[in-house]
Design a binder for this molecule. Sequence first.
Ligand code: G3I
Length: 303
Amino acid sequence: ASTLGAAAAQSGRYFGTAIAAGKLGDSAYTTIANREFNMVTPENEMKIDATEPNRNQFNFTNGDRVYNWAVQNGKRVRGHTLAWHNQQPGWMQSLSGSDLRSAMINHINGVMAHYKGKIAYWDVVNEAYADGNSGGRRDSNLQRTGNDWIEVAFRTARAADPAAKLCYNDYNIENWTWAKTQGVYNMVKDFKSRGVPIDCVGFQSHFNSNSAYNSNFRTTLQNFAALGVDVAITELDVQGGSASTYASITNDCLAVSRCVGITVWGVRDSDSWLGANTSPLLFDSSGNKKAAYTSVLNALNAA
Ligand code: G3I
């Protein structure tokens, strides 16, 4: 196959990208995005500050823009994200305790009702584990509502849209030896043993020299999948753009039957949250295919 999406589909997987509503008027951008990818994650448009800017006043203008572009072009959508310590609107940042807990539940219900039956995967909870070596939860206003906030979010989400696959999504959980990876693994294991509804784990996969790709990523994907969840690479970028690293990551997903797909976090280097100078994506800022693109396509075609 000659595109990433079609090549991934040969093994029943998808290949996706983050899409920004503000770029849908850029035809160079949409031409590449439409041609190469068959899964779309709104980069910011379904986050809490975007969808509930004022308490209990929902706004789906930009979320719908990305959703409609995706579906009109035959793509599926990963919803991102319902419960997160970051990109909370001001009103939510100032809440705590049972009031914040109610607001979180109301937010999940409001957004999932609008998109009911339309979203393939939802990142229900994002980045709830701490950086560093504790292996424990990140301190946040949501965490301070009680340690059960994550399972409450998942139970709420399951009831709100039983058709959506419900994911936990985080970064720096790719390396099996890291404490953060073990913390999330133990949470998923506990959730599966107690029947908390979780279907998938998203490995953001923002690789750089501090958080370097390690070949034990494949072990991580295998071990999580063995708990009975799908796994996915959800926000991939590699600073420096190494073609061989991109090939290894692709092959790690292809080696795990429950690895359902790969999403890169932007189309061209100039679209990346990291800035074009780090060369993190598969297309250069002029829209040309990079060596990393070819290495990913070849790996997908060899599967
Ligand atoms: O849209 C506003 C604009 O109106 C305003 O004038 C401007 C001034 O700051 O900001 C614009 O919003 C920015 C937004 O991106 C859209 O460009 C925000 O400041 C900026 O903080 C925001 O950054 C996003 C970041 O998440 C915020 O946490 C990035 O685009 C987005 O790529 C990034 O994505 C995250 C994932 O959601 C979770 N995992 C990590 C990943 C990378 O940080």
